[in-house]
Write a protein that binds this ligand. Structure first.
Ligand code: 5GP
Length: 344
């Protein structure tokens, strides 16, 4: 047994210190960034805010809205090839097809020639620490060498490096921080998200890879903090859920008229019952996600523009003209009385 005594931080443990800025209007801020990748020869130009591959978030209807603003959607993995083929080609560049080890490459093969329109493949497992996962990334990279591969989740630098060296262009970083996640309670496992992103991005950038901070953003300020911590992409679940374009049952309170929407973790019993009727592993697996009811939020586009407006606001406070400058312009201040020091 070993204890690491260095304090690790979550988004709520810090604030970003304001700095002298030349920018007075949010309009002056450019949130688009041009990306080149370690393995894929494709480049991608867009706003690196990403809809999570949860079935209540990463839907085709969400992708249609998010793509208009050049943001990315990782579709959930339960779409079939027919549904994927019907997506207009113009938005496929802003979409990642998600697969897991269990499903293998089947859906990618079923897409046939149409796969050429999609830029991204997202390989998503709850625990990215197995040898089997690294081997699977190698297999996907060798068969789809031109694609931009996103893979995760992990939350430590060594494993970030391993996934990149196995063929991932972007590593999804985050274990236990999701709003519908119970891993920290059920398994006691995880790393506070801000520190995970700082440590993993340092490792990834050192070898030409990138990271996507995944989970734990509760407001636009947290998205800015993730970029401040040097995330190249920021993935959102709960913040982009609860809209007309997501799936998720809407209920209306007959007395107050208040509407709520179901949002659940992909490892919750709700999701497992929906997609895995054979109940394989029910004797030894615990559910690591929960079902929550979140307020109904209306049109996804309004929420997206609010969130991006928040990030623009951060930029004007710290003197960052471009999204890539956020980390260079960020000094985090510890709050919540944990430590009275300033770092980064
Ligand atoms: P949020 O933005 O809602 O805080 O977090 C979204 C992320 O939570 C997802 O992208 C995914 O990585 C993670 N997640 C989704 N469902 C589950 C679950 O059932 N269990 C766990 N441990 N994590 C989940």
């Amino acid at each position: 047994m070993h204890i690491e005594k260095e304090v690790k931080y979550d988004f709520s443990d810090v604030l970003i210190k304001p700095k002298r800025s030349y920018y007075t209007s949010r309009k002056e801020v450019d949130l688009e960034r041009k990306f080149k990748f370690k393995w894929s020869d494709l480049s991608w130009n867009g706003i690196p805010v990403v809809a999570s591959n949860m079935d209540t978030v990463g839907t085709i209807n969400s992708a249609k809205v998010l793509s208009k603003h050049n943001t990315l959607t990782c579709l959930h993995k339960f779409h079939n090839a027919e549904e994927l083929n019907k997506i207009p080609n113009s938005i496929k560049k802003n979409i990642a097809i998600t697969i897991g080890i269990a499903e293998g490459l089947q859906i990618l093969h079923e897409l046939g020639d149409n796969i050429k329109h999609f830029n991204f493949i997202c390989i998503d497992v709850a625990n990215g620490y197995t040898e089997q996962f690294s081997d699977f990334i190698k297999q996907v990279r060798s068969e789809f060498e031109d694609k931009i591969i996103i893979a995760g989740n992990v939350c430590t630098p060594e494993m970030t490096e391993q996934l990149i060296l196995s063929g991932a262009d972007i590593v999804k970083v985050g274990i236990g921080g999701g709003s519908a996640c119970l891993t920290r309670n059920v398994a006691g496992v995880g790393i506070p998200q801000l520190s995970a992103v700082i440590d993993c991005s340092d490792a990834a950038h050192g070898i030409g890879g990138m990271v996507m901070s995944d989970g734990g953003c509760t407001c636009s300020g947290d998205i800015s903090k993730a970029f401040g911590a040097n995330a190249d992409f920021v993935m959102l679940g709960g913040l982009l859920a609860g809209h007309d374009e997501n799936s998720g049952a809407i209920t209306e309170n007959k007395i107050t008229g208040e509407k709520t929407v179901e949002f659940y973790g992909m490892a919750s019993s709700t999701a497992l019952d929906k997609y895995y009727s054979d109940k394989k592993g029910k004797d030894y697996k615990a559910s690591e996600g929960k079902l929550v009811k979140i307020p109904y939020k209306g049109a996804l586009e309004d929420t997206l523009l609010d969130l991006l407006g928040g990030v623009r606001s951060t930029c004007t406070y710290i003197g960052a003209k471009k999204i890539k400058d956020i980390s260079k312009c960020t000094t985090f201040v510890c709050v919540n009385n944990q430590l009275n020091n300033v770092f980064v």
